[in-house]
Design a protein around this ligand. Structure first.
Ligand code: B12
Ligand code: SF4
Ligand code: SF4
Length: 380
């Protein structure tokens, strides 16, 4: 058989198997990152990765996939739709409830996609006997979005996520690197046009220019990636978002066409996010509630930090006794944000309470917050 025809037939089998495994988009590209690689370095130099040190550490690998799989010739890019519920901006009308990104309402996608990639990897190795492969989903040192765009799986929108006219942007990316040259798919075309809805809705102005995101300002970064204290300037804008942010995708006109996944693996996890309950969760309750969920990634202290900020923004006086109780939390990071929240809900009335409760406080991050609240209300 003609070698190209043989390859095409093998690829057909691989693509069919990819869909059978639950992927809902398949494309192939060459491993050069070109202009996107240059932009990535510019982005790092501008400090837009914030505290995500792993982004700078992986700079060379991200720019050159040959450094992660020597001899790589093609990259198979895959899409997995995760839309299990509709979402609008009405979560803002319920400030007593924490808002969690759609992707995090389901079983952790790393746990679902990794075994599928391994199955597909085996199929590829069977078809191209002796070939070398490497799989990635999210956590690998690879520029998933530009590669997927080259592979025709969608274009990078002004909000910097990949989207398509057919299914919008509610999907994950993953890839399989192969040391076999495969026929490339057609790159996706951009259809953002003059639209700028995502830029205008962003609560923290994190999209600093079309197609450029400063992570340090992005609520997704502030509530998930950032490990320490959330800078005060962003706390009000975070509103009731306690894990990630979907705003720029919610307003995108192309998401009107998004279709829900029928995928049984994406089971909704416990999604009762009443802030006053969350703030008093102990370790055991946290582990139980977020078992199998991506939320476990931020650990109890990260989530309760975010919950404290959301309670501070809730304008709900009924939250005060819960916050007062949580002032005894074992985590300084949590106590620090509770101090801020009490300042927001009680204003100067919290000063005596803070003095009394925290006379024994020794942690610098909490003491700084107390000082900030006192300064704010001096003279009132
Ligand atoms: C780091 C990271 C983040 C960071 C930074 C986000 C970002 N835009 O890069 C933070 C924590 C903020 C984040 C948030 C989210 N993330 Co994220 N994240 C990643 C990760 C690990 C790396 C992305 C990366 O390389 N960023 C570096 C920058 C440079 O990349 P970029 O935005 O594509 O940058 C391009 C532009 O800046 C452009 N550019 C064009 N012109 C110019 C000019 C100049 C001067 C500059 C500087 C740049 C520039 O060039 C760059 C390269 O193409 C990927 C997984 C992976 N391994 O790729 C997931 C990934 C991008 N995240 C994902 C998701 C789902 C999210 C969230 C939606 C989660 C949520 N709901 O909270 C949000 C979306 C926020 C947003 N508006 O982008 C998905 C996106 C899927 C999709 N459909 O696109 C990915 C692919 C994970 C996955 N495997 O599915 N994420
Ligand atoms: S995820 Fe939220 S904060 Fe981040 S760019 Fe989009 S709208 Fe802005
Ligand atoms: S909201 Fe508009 S500008 Fe932003 S990604 Fe969607 S189409 Fe592009």
């Amino acid at each position: 058989m003609n070698i190209d025809l043989e390859k095409t037939n093998k690829l057909k089998i691989i693509e069919e198997q990819a869909y059978a495994l639950g992927f809902n988009g398949f494309g192939i590209t060459h491993p050069e990152t070109g202009k996107a690689g240059e932009n990535f370095s510019k982005w790092l130099n501008l400090g837009y990765a914030g505290d995500m040190g792993y982004m700078a550490r992986g700079e060379e690998k991200r720019r050159d996939p040959n450094l992660v799989l020597e001899g790589v010739k093609s990259i198979i890019c895959l899409r997995t739709n995760y839309l299990t519920a509709e979402k609008g901006m009405d979560f803002l009308d319920f400030p007593e409830i924490g808002d969690v990104s759609l992707y995090a309402l389901n079983t952790d996608y790393h746990d679902i996609i990794t075994p599928r990639l391994k199955d597909l990897e085996k199929i590829i190795q069977k078809e191209f006997h002796g070939c070398k492969t490497k799989i990635y989903v999210d956590t690998g040192p690879i520029l998933e979005k530009p590669l997927a765009e080259q592979a025709g799986l969608g274009w990078i929108g002004k909000h910097t996520n990949l989207l398509t006219k057919e299914i919008g942007s509610w999907y994950f990316l993953s890839e399989i690197l192969v040391d076999v040259a495969l026929p490339e798919s057609k790159a996706a075309e951009n259809h953002c046009g003059t639209c700028r809805s995502c830029i205008d809705i962003c609560p923290t102005d994190a999209i600093v220019a079309p197609y450029v995101l400063d992570s340090q300002k992005c609520i997704s970064y502030l509530t998930i990636e950032l490990k320490g204290v959330i800078p005060t300037e962003f706390r009000k804008a975070i509103g009731n978002r306690i894990y990630g942010c979907d705003d720029c995708q919610i307003v995108c006109p192309w998401n009107t066409y998004a279709v829900r996944t029928e995928e049984p693996a994406f089971k909704s996890v416990d999604s009762n996010f009443l802030l006053t309950e969350l703030i008093l969760m102990n370790d055991e309750e946290f582990r139980k509630k977020f078992k199998g969920s991506p939320i476990k990634r931020v650990k109890r202290r990260g989530l309760l930090r975010n919950v404290a900020v959301a309670l501070g923004n809730s304008q709900n006086p009924e939250a005060i006794p819960f916050l007062v109780k949580a002032l005894d939390d074992k985590e300084p990071l949590v106590r620090a944000h509770i101090v801020w929240a009490l300042g927001e809900l009680m204003q100067s009335e919290c000063i005596p309470l803070l003095g009394e409760k925290l006379a024994q406080e020794e942690e610098p991050i909490v003491l700084r917050e107390i000082e900030a609240v006192r300064e704010q209300f001096i003279g009132e």
